[in-house]
Design a protein around this ligand. Structure first.
Ligand code: FES
Length: 162
């Protein structure tokens, strides 16, 4: 199955590639653009990217599996993004991540994106969300939450209806 990339997105991607003297240097930006559009990166996105940049699919696959921000499966309706950078790491980010994973039946020790089988929840680590003074910080979809204790996380979850 081929990837249905809308013409407008392909134009945007072509423009993006034009900023790089070496096409392969646009790989990460291109993958971000595809993930922003599709919500995740199916194998067809890897193949499409490789063809676009004149690379082998394995070169792109390595990037997608190396960087934890890339999704290998569709994201949940509610996406929990927990900061793991220094202030949040010191302020309890790892404990918050584990709490969310246990609550949703996911692996508390996995660092990549995980989604519950019913597609309702995704949990992942992300880098600094620019709220370092109020660690630990997380986002739920586009909503920003500061000083999130496990109890506060439970309250936030109880108010959400995926
Ligand atoms: S370190 Fe977590 S928001 Fe900056």
């Amino acid at each position: 199955m081929s990837l249905a990339v809308p013409a407008a997105l392909e134009t945007e991607i072509d423009e993006l590639i034009s900023h790089y003297p070496d096409r392969r240097s646009a790989s990460l930006m291109l993958l971000h653009a595809l993930q922003d559009h599709f919500g995740w990166l199916p194998k067809e996105a890897v193949e499409w990217t490789a063809a676009k940049l004149g690379l082998q699919p394995i070169n792109v696959h390595e990037l997608v599996t190396f960087y934890p921000m890339f999704r290998h499966s569709p994201a949940g309706k509610l996406q929990f993004k927990v900061c793991r950078t220094l202030s949040c790491a010191l302020g309890g980010g790892a404990g918050l991540h584990q709490h969310l994973c246990r609550k949703f039946g996911l692996d508390p020790h996995a660092h990549g994106v995980q989604t519950t089988p019913d597609g309702k929840f995704s949990v992942e680590f992300v880098e600094c969300l620019a709220g370092c003074g109020t660690a630990p910080v997380m986002m739920v979809n586009d909503a920003f939450h500061e000083a999130v204790t496990p109890e506060k996380a439970d309250t936030i979850i109880s108010r959400c209806h995926p």
